[in-house]
Design a protein around this ligand. Structure first.
Ligand SMILES: [Zn+2]
Length: 163
């Protein structure tokens, strides 16, 4: 089961972002990099915001990632996610690739467990047929790839934490 329901609308993919999503569907997280000035660009853009070059390369994300910031959503941004509230939205940074951050989710974690600076590892979550999304798991967390509701269920046996 994906972290967020399959009915969540797919990303809007255009000519510029297609290489990013094609790599994701091959379970490869890569970021656009200007071939001229080496600026990392995410989300992908048709023109480098620093030097206006249209030449680009793709660099693979390093394996080491961590939480730069996060929020637990308690209001559904779309009808499809009403049943899984609260869910987290995490801004992920890569210490070995400064200059790029990725919006994603951290699976298998409960409200109160997530903290800025937590180490993360990339996991691939099948959102729909032929649609794989890069999501993350806290380093050292159990291997279960569970959705927000499963995390809440697991939490029901433990002491409720203040948040
Ligand atoms: Zn550039």
């Amino acid at each position: 089961m994906p972290y967020l329901p399959e009915s969540l609308p797919a990303p809007a993919i255009d000519e510029t972002s297609a290489p990013f999503w094609e790599r994701c569907n091959a379970k490869r997280l890569s970021f656009q990099q200007c071939a001229d000035c080496l600026t990392l660009v995410h989300p992908p853009l048709p023109v480098c915001p620093k030097c206006q070059s249209v030449h680009r390369n793709w660099v693979d994300a390093p394996s080491r990632a961590r939480v730069f910031s996060f929020v637990w959503a308690h209001t559904a941004a779309h009808d499809s996610v009403k049943a899984v509230l609260p869910y987290n939205v995490v801004l992920v940074e890569f210490p070995d690739l400064p200059g790029v951050r990725l919006l994603s989710n951290v699976i298998g974690t409960m409200r109160g467990e997530l903290a800025i600076g937590d180490g993360l590892e990339l996991v691939w979550d099948q959102q729909a047929e032929n649609r794989w999304l890069p999501r993350f798991r806290r380093v050292g967390a159990p291997a279960a790839q569970s959705g927000p509701s499963a995390a809440r269920q697991a939490d029901s046996t433990s002491v409720i934490r203040a948040s």
